[in-house]
Design a protein around this ligand. Structure first.
Ligand code: NAP
Length: 462
């Protein structure tokens, strides 16, 4: 029998699972995959990022679970790369590694007052309401009337929608229990979505925008009245605009034509405005913004330019939602600017003078290309990486290294007292969560503390 190639995948989100799936699809290669995640739970942003009222999107985990059923797959949850296992360990025990760790941080606005209590990143809020163990202790004061969400991407829309929905609507989802309790106490009435460019340049997608036409408890308003576009945006709309952009404009038109029905809450779409400063004495009280106009760059893109027109509005809470950002991994090259690991088609480019390619280290997903696209985008992305890796093995005449058995990494983790979680263990926790959800007609009740997760797994095993 030919020797197995042993591949480590760091991160168990969509990119990691699509990479594992593609590795197993290779008929002429014998491959074993060990996947590591720093949380005991798999699936990355599908569990910790996708909004709780978007359950259908989460059904993609069924595909990932099928990949995990492969006899050559092992999951090691609750294992942190950089402390529990190091790059040197991975290179010792595996023929190659794929880093698929995503982009867990956020980008900041860089304006005064951003650090005031009440000013948060949307990524923290999303992780909090999704029950991510690192964020369960965060506090969000929803006893305020006005909330500003800066950014016009899908994350901004998720945050606005969760704040706009009634807790009753969310109570049948897998939102974290503590978040639901906090939302029951919410006094929020006005949610402002602020985009620095115009409607044509909005980063959200039509399916997500359309949900705002159907909110039970919130009116939706396009600030500034009927939809207006500058001449260049109008020209683009009539010529080169994508299908999605055209649909977005259609939806925004419908929003602008909607009559108010005096619902308890309002969601305001505000385009062509940038925050300049967050004001407050010991906490967020106001936001100062400037009205923008669009100017055409040499490359043809339309960028925001501040006019002199200033606006100051009351704000009790501010979420910046202007994109995720990757974090560096120990001993792995990193481009701080883009928040990604430098790579060529998924193969890591070294930081040495020649910018040579590392033959045994690869990347997939957001840490490879930046935080763009939907879940499915990661499939093509991971496929490219896997093929690049296998082609490199062939071109460089790399042979699988002889390892008598696969228990080496387990012994190492045990030696280091790492309480790792297998996929079978996760299935016990999954069962516990879904069983707990059943009586409440919810898909699951999430366990949000790592200690509690490990305790449940231990109890179920005994
Ligand atoms: P995003 O789509 O990149 O949107 C970021 C938004 O922030 C843009 O409107 C951008 O405006 C704005 N922005 C950036 N820098 C800014 C600044 N300095 N001041 C003001 N505004 C600024 O990012 P995201 O919303 O975090 O989403 C990340 C990815 O996840 C996206 O691909 C998204 O589609 C995906 N996602 C999908 C779903 C779903 O499918 N339901 C849900 C959530 C997230 P400019 O365009 O002017 O730069």
């Amino acid at each position: 029998m030919s020797a197995f190639w042993k591949i480590a995948v760091i991160g168990s989100g969509p990119a990691g699972f699509y990479a594992a799936g593609e590795l197993f699809r290779q008929q002429s290669w014998s491959i074993k995959v060990d996947m590591f995640d720093r949380l005991p739970t798999p699936f990355g942003l599908v569990r910790g990022g996708v909004a709780p009222d978007h359950q259908k999107i989460k059904s993609v985990t069924k595909i990932y679970s099928r990949i995990a059923e492969n006899e050559n797959f092992r999951f090691f949850g609750n294992v942190e790369f950089g402390s529990d296992i190091l790059r040197s360990d991975v290179l010792e025990f595996y023929d190659a590694v794929i880093y698929a760790v995503g982009s867990p941080s956020d980008r900041s606005l860089g304006i005064p007052g951003e650090e005031l209590p009440g000013s948060h990143s949307a990524t923290e809020f999303v992780a909090w309401y999704n029950g991510h163990p690192d964020f369960r202790g965060h506090k969000f004061d929803l006893s305020v009337k006005d909330v500003f969400v800066i950014g016009m991407g899908n994350v901004a829309l998720d945050v606005a929608r969760i704040l706009a929905k009634t807790p009753e609507e969310l109570s049948k989802t897998d939102i974290a229990d503590y978040a639901l309790e906090t939302l029951f106490e919410s006094q929020i009435e006005d949610i402002w979505l602020v985009g620095r460019r115009g409607p044509l340049q909005a980063a959200f997608t039509p399916v997500e925008a359309r949900e705002f036409l159907e909110l039970d408890s919130a009116d939706v308003i396009l600030e500034g009245g009927p939809l207006k576009l500058d001449a260049e945006s109008q020209r683009i709309l009539e010529t080169d605009a994508s299908k999605d952009t055209k649909k977005n404009i259609e939806i925004l038109k419908q929003i602008s034509e909607k009559n108010s029905s005096n619902k308890k809450k309002r969601v305001h779409f505000m385009f062509l405005a940038s925050p300049l400063e967050i004001l407050g004495n010991g906490g967020v009280e106001k936001i100062r913004m400037v009205r923008n106009q669009l100017v055409k760059r040499d490359d043809g893109s339309l960028r925001p330019q501040a006019t002199g027109e200033l606006m100051e509005e009351n704000a009790g809470l501010i979420f910046r939602s202007i994109g995720y950002h990757g974090n560096p991994l120990a001993d792995v090259p990193f481009d701080q600017n883009s928040g990604t690991i430098p790579n060529e088609c998924g193969q890591i480019i070294d930081e040495d003078q020649d910018k040579s390619l590392r033959t045994r280290e690869y990347v997939a997903g957001w840490i490879k290309r930046g935080p763009t696209g939907v879940i499915g985008t990661n499939k093509q992305d991971a496929v490219e990486t896997v093929h690049r890796m296998l082609e490199t093995f062939l071109q460089e005449k790399i042979e699988p290294r002889q390892q008598p058995d696969s228990s080496g990494i387990e012994s190492l983790l045990k030696e280091r007292n790492v309480d790792y979680v297998s996929f079978e263990d996760w299935k016990l926790l999954d069962e516990y969560e879904t069983d707990s959800g059943q009586s409440q007609e919810r898909p699951r009740v999430k366990v949000t503390s790592i200690d509690k997760m490990l305790e449940i797994i231990r109890d179920k095993k005994n």
